[in-house]
Ligand binder design. Structure first.
Ligand SMILES: [Zn+2]
Length: 483
C-alpha cells in the first residue's frame, strides 16, 4: 500500500488528469486551472474502505463495471490488483508517459463500454469542484481528450489541469511582399480580380488534444481553390491523416478533419500548417475587406471551439474623367478611348475588362477574358474596378474628333497601407486620397475655331483694344491739328 501511495503522490505532482484515491470521508476533487467550456468527468474505479475512521489504511475493492478492464492484459501491464489483500500496485516503470497511457486506456474503456461518469461538470470558471464523493480511486477525463493519473490520500484533492487548448492563427500573403523575411504573410492583403490569393492557417496542437476539425469560411468574392497542403515539423503530412470536406457541415467553405491517431503523434508546441488558395472573383466588393475566417473545433466529439481568426483581402478602383475646357466649365468628352497598362514598355501588359451592365457610372471590371479598350460616353466618366495596388499607365489610344490625343500616358499609382492589428487597409492614388483622374484634351489647332465663350471673349477684348487704339490715334491727330 505504502508503495502505491508514494507512486501516486508522485503522479499527482507531475500529471494533470487521471486516477486518484480518496481516503477520508466526504471526498472533494477540485480541478484548478480548468479550461472554461471543457467538461470534466470523474469515474470511480475502486472503492476504499478505511480500517478505521480517517485512516489512510484500508481496503480497495474494484467497482463492478471496471472488473473486466482491470483483468485485461492491457490493464495488467500497469496495475496489479490483489483482491485477497485489497491492495493495488503499479507495475513496471513509473514514467509519466506510462501513467498517461494507463489513464487513457481506462477512459477509452469507459467510453466504449458506456460506463457512466460518476460525476461530470462543464467548467464555467477556472475551478471545478466535485464534492460529496465516496472514498476511492478515480479516473478523470476531460473533453479535451487527455487523461493522466493522479492520487492523494487526503479527502480533499486538488488537481491541476495541465492540458492546454489548441490555438489557431490565420494569415494571407501579399504577393508584392513575398520577398520580405516574413514572406509577405500578414492579416491583410490586396489583389486584382482574377488573381490567386494564398492563405495559411497554423494550428498549435496544445497538450491533450483530440477531435481536430478546421473550419474555413470564405466570404463572397473569394473562390476556394479546392485543394490544401498540410505540413508539420516532419514536412508534408500524408493525406490519410486528414480528410478535406469541401461542403462544410457548419455552413463553412471547407473543413479538414484530422485523425486523432495523427494528432497523438504531435507534441504541445508542434504546429500544423495548412496552406490553400482562393481566386478573387468579380463579386469582390471594392475597397471593402473580404473576409476569410478559420476556427478549430477540438476535444471530445469536436465539441469545443477556438475563437475565429480572420484575414481580409482588398481590391481597389480608379475613377477617370475625360474633359475639355469650355469657357469656365469642364465639358465631358465622349469618344476618347483608353487602355490601362502595367508597363510603359510592354504593350502586352494591357489590362482587360468587362463592362458592368446598368451601372450608374460606366464601370469596367478587371477580367482577363474581356477587352482592353474603354471608350468614354457623353458623361466622360468611367470607373475601373478590381485593381491590385501598383503603378499603372493610362494610355489614350484615340481622341475624340477635333482633339489631340495625349502623347504620353498618365501614370497612376495605387498604393495601399495595411494594418494587421485592425485588419484593415486603405489606398491612395498618386499619394493622395482617391480622387478622379482627370484627363484633359485640347483641340488640335492653335487658333480656336469653335465658338465657345472663350473665343468670344478673345474677339470682344481684341475688338475693344483695336477700337481704343483707333480712338487714341484719332484724338492725337485731332490734338495735333489744334496745336
Ligand atoms: Zn464547418
Amino acid at each position: 500500500m505504502k508503495k502505491l501511495f508514494a507512486i501516486l503522490l508522485t503522479l499527482a505532482l507531475v500529471l494533470s488528469m487521471g486516477t486518484m484515491a480518496l481516503a477520508a470521508s466526504d471526498g472533494v476533487i477540485t480541478i484548478d486551472n480548468a479550461i472554461v467550456g471543457v467538461t470534466y468527468e470523474i469515474y470511480k474505479m475502486f472503492d476504499f474502505t478505511p480500517v478505521s475512521e480517517n485512516s489512510s489504511q484500508g481496503r480497495y475493492s474494484v467497482v463492478a463495471e471496471w472488473e473486466n478492464f482491470l483483468k485485461s492484459d492491457e490493464a495488467k501491464k500497469y496495475l496489479s490488483v490483489n483482491d485477497e489483500t485489497g491492495t493495488i500496485e503499479w507495475v513496471g516503470s513509473e514514467e509519466e508517459t506510462r501513467k498517461a497511457e494507463f489513464a487513457k486506456l481506462a477512459v477509452s474503456y469507459a467510453v466504449t463500454n458506456h460506463i457512466d461518469a460518476t460525476k461530470s461538470e462543464k467548467a464555467t470558471s477556472s475551478t471545478v469542484e466535485f464534492g460529496s464523493l465516496d472514498l476511492g480511486y478515480y479516473a478523470i477525463n476531460t473533453t479535451l481528450g487527455t487523461v493522466c493519473i493522479l492520487t492523494n490520500t487526503n479527502s480533499s484533492i486538488k488537481v491541476v489541469e495541465k492540458n492546454t487548448v489548441p490555438e489557431i492563427e490565420k494569415y494571407v500573403q501579399e504577393d508584392s511582399e513575398e520577398s520580405n523575411t516574413d514572406g509577405g504573410w500578414g492579416k491583410v492583403n490586396d489583389a486584382a480580380i482574377g488573381e490567386t490569393v494564398n492563405f495559411k492557417s497554423e494550428i498549435t496542437v496544445g497538450k491533450g488534444s483530440q477531435g481536430f476539425v478546421m473550419h474555413d469560411t470564405m466570404a463572397t468574392g473569394l473562390n476556394f481553390g479546392s485543394t490544401v497542403s498540410v505540413t508539420d515539423k516532419n514536412g508534408t503530412v500524408a493525406s490519410e491523416n486528414y480528410t478535406l470536406k469541401t461542403t462544410g457541415t457548419c455552413g463553412c467553405t471547407f473543413e479538414i478533419v484530422f485523425e486523432d491517431s495523427y494528432i497523438a503523434t504531435l507534441s504541445q508546441e508542434d504546429v500544423i500548417t495548412v496552406t490553400y488558395s482562393a481566386v478573387l472573383t468579380d463579386e469582390a466588393e471594392i475597397a471593402t475587406g473580404i473576409a476569410n475566417s478559420v476556427y478549430l473545433a477540438y476535444g471530445e466529439n469536436s465539441s469545443l471551439q477556438t475563437q475565429p481568426k480572420t484575414t481580409k483581402t482588398y481590391t481597389w478602383k480608379m475613377d477617370v474623367f475625360k474633359w475639355t475646357k469650355e469657357g469656365q466649365t469642364e465639358k465631358a468628352l465622349a469618344g476618347a478611348t483608353f487602355e490601362l497598362r502595367t508597363s510603359k514598355t510592354d504593350e502586352n501588359s494591357k489590362i482587360k475588362f468587362t463592362k458592368v451592365e446598368n451601372a450608374e457610372v460606366p464601370t469596367y471590371k478587371v477580367d482577363s477574358s474581356g477587352s482592353a479598350s474603354i471608350t468614354t460616353d457623353a458623361s466622360g466618366a468611367f470607373e475601373i474596378v478590381g485593381l491590385d495596388s501598383g503603378t499603372y499607365y493610362l494610355y489614350e489610344t484615340a481622341a475624340p474628333d477635333g482633339y489631340n490625343k495625349l502623347s504620353e500616358p498618365k501614370t497612376v499609382e495605387i498604393s495601399a497601407t495595411y494594418d494587421d492589428t485592425a485588419i484593415s487597409a486603405d489606398y491612395m492614388i498618386n499619394g493622395a486620397a482617391p480622387a478622379t483622374i482627370k484627363v484633359e484634351n485640347k483641340t488640335g489647332s492653335l487658333l480656336p475655331e469653335t465658338g465657345g465663350i472663350g473665343t468670344t471673349i478673345f474677339y470682344v477684348v481684341g475688338g475693344l483694344m483695336m477700337l481704343a487704339a483707333v480712338v487714341l490715334l484719332v484724338s492725337k491727330k485731332r490734338m495735333s491739328s489744334f496745336a
